[in-house]
Design a protein around this ligand. Structure first.
Ligand code: PGA
Length: 242
């Protein structure tokens, strides 16, 4: 079941999402969190770091799995998602144990082994308790682009031209944007007990409207969320078109 909550702007919605994460961590100190990157999540990490601090939350038993990582980008590159997580979350939280931070390795010598390793690791920890998701302009979740099988596990993807274009704002030129990534699969994401999806801005309006239409089709990966029992979608006015 999907519950849509309009919090009018990104700041409010990010704070609301951060409160949900704090509640999860207070209920279960060894929670497995599924984390996301991208522009949408910047404010969320700011609010989350603040709330972790003021609530004195001990993160030492928390495990985190990131949704995706680019292939063939140095993990120290300023635009790798590993670097993003260090800057926006890990560095800010002294009680977080880096050994509990998991992200696909897009530089692995054997990418096939890497995707299998990542999937097994998520399974080993009992799958995700609370998954945070963004949504692509084309309706992708993680980097599961349109047409990805709903049954997919962690896999390698060729990024769509529209995704490369959307991400090029973080790179000097669009040629520099990696064109492949490793992503958690759709079936892996769906095993999460609870999912919170954040969608902000006019550019997400189309994908959000299609998702909320309720038609479940692989051409809009996020539409499968209509089948999940516990999804909250937090939006701003622009994403709703009001
Ligand atoms: P964005 O990406 O937060 O940079 O818009 C979201 C996504 O592609 O899932």
């Amino acid at each position: 079941m999907i519950k849509v909550i309009n919090l009018e702007n990104q700041e409010n919605a990010s704070y609301y999402a951060a409160i949900q994460i704090i509640k999860q961590l207070k209920t279960q100190s060894n929670s497995v969190l599924g984390l996301a990157t991208g522009g949408t999540m910047i404010e969320l990490y700011k609010s989350l770091n603040h709330l972790i601090h003021v609530n004195c939350i001990d993160l030492s038993d928390v495990k985190t799995f990131n949704l995706d990582e680019y292939i063939n980008i140095n993990s120290n590159h300023e635009q790798s998602y590993k670097t993003y997580m260090y800057n926006n979350f890990i560095k800010q939280n002294k009680t977080f144990n880096e050994e509990n931070f998991f992200i696909p390795n897009g530089n692995a010598d054997d990418l096939q082994t890497e995707i299998e390793r990542y999937e097994k690791l998520i399974k080993h920890y009992g799958y995700i308790d609370l998954q945070i998701l963004g949504i692509g302009e084309n309706g992708h979740i993680g980097f599961n682009e349109p047409g990805t099988a709903f049954t997919s596990k962690t896999h390698i993807v060729n990024l769509e031209a529209s995704t490369i274009e959307a991400n090029s704002r973080y790179f000097n030129t669009s040629e520099e944007v990696p064109n492949q990534a490793i992503t958690m699969g759709i079936s892996t994401i769906l095993k999460a007990k609870k999912i919170i999806l954040l969608a902000f801005g006019e550019s997400k309006k189309y994908a959000l409207r299609k998702l909320l239409d309720g038609n479940i089709e692989e051409s809009l990966p996020a539409s499968i969320l209509n089948k999940h029992s516990n999804v909250e979608i937090l939006v701003d006015n622009q994403a709703l078109g009001i």
